[in-house]
Design a protein around this ligand. Structure first.
Ligand code: URA
Length: 214
């Protein structure tokens, strides 16, 4: 799909979500994903906070500023990646999203990912990580690289957690160094994986094998 087509489809998805009266948290503003429709990398956060709600843009508060700094540190520009959230409206008082809220927004996130078709997904924090890896623990899975279909997934700590802990910030900075090299490795990893699957269609996709990627 061309990037124009992707942009059109993303706009249509946004309109569909805005019109969906069954989606929870309708008292808050709607905050859709933003960035380059051509991006190979998609970041997925949890839900908009205070500033995101005000400006109707994802990751524009303190956590967003840190995300911008981490991107700059690895030589990437925010406008060249794609940044979204699972839940597209702010939970009152920035509370954690409820299971039923995550459930309601989940199919739309699946559509958003399908349209963007990123090679690499970086979930920020446990909520978006658990959308992809339901049983993973962020303290264990962060910075490891997993296959999800033919997409690479690298769970990262949420930047808000890094603002509260220097230890977490250091881990996040390290994990960004790993993220930096993934786009360049993607085709090689995929070719190796397809080759392995050709030789052994039952090839396990267990965690150990996935973690050996890097
Ligand atoms: N935290 C999130 O998870 N998403 C945002 O957009 C901002 C803060």
């Amino acid at each position: 799909m061309s990037s124009e087509e992707k942009s059109k489809k993303l706009s249509a998805l946004k309109e569909k979500m805005v019109a969906d009266e069954n989606l929870p948290l309708r008292e808050a503003n709607f905050v859709f994903g933003e960035g380059s429709a051509e991006s190979e990398v998609m970041f997925i956060g949890e839900a908009p906070g205070f500033f995101e709600d005000k400006l109707q843009r994802p990751f524009v508060g303190r956590a967003g500023k840190l995300l911008g700094r981490l991107l700059a540190d690895i030589g990437w520009r925010r406008e060249n990646v794609y940044i979204s959230n699972i839940v597209k409206r702010r939970p009152p008082g920035n509370r954690d999203p409820l299971p039923e809220e995550l459930e309601a927004y989940r199919p739309y996130l699946t559509e958003e990912i399908g349209i963007l078709n990123p090679k690499i997904i970086a979930p920020l924090g446990r909520y978006s990580m658990n959308y992809i890896l339901p049983n993973a623990k962020i303290s264990d899975a962060h910075g490891k690289v997993f296959w999800w279909g033919e997409r690479l997934v690298i769970p990262l700590y949420h930047p808000a957690a890094a603002l509260r802990s220097t230890g977490v910030l250091q881990e996040l900075e390290k994990d960004f160094q790993k993220l930096k090299i993934l786009p360049g490795k993607y085709e090689t990893f995929l070719a190796e994986r397809r080759e392995k699957q050709r030789n052994n269609p039952m090839v396990s996709q267990d965690k150990k094998e996935q973690e050996k990627l890097l």
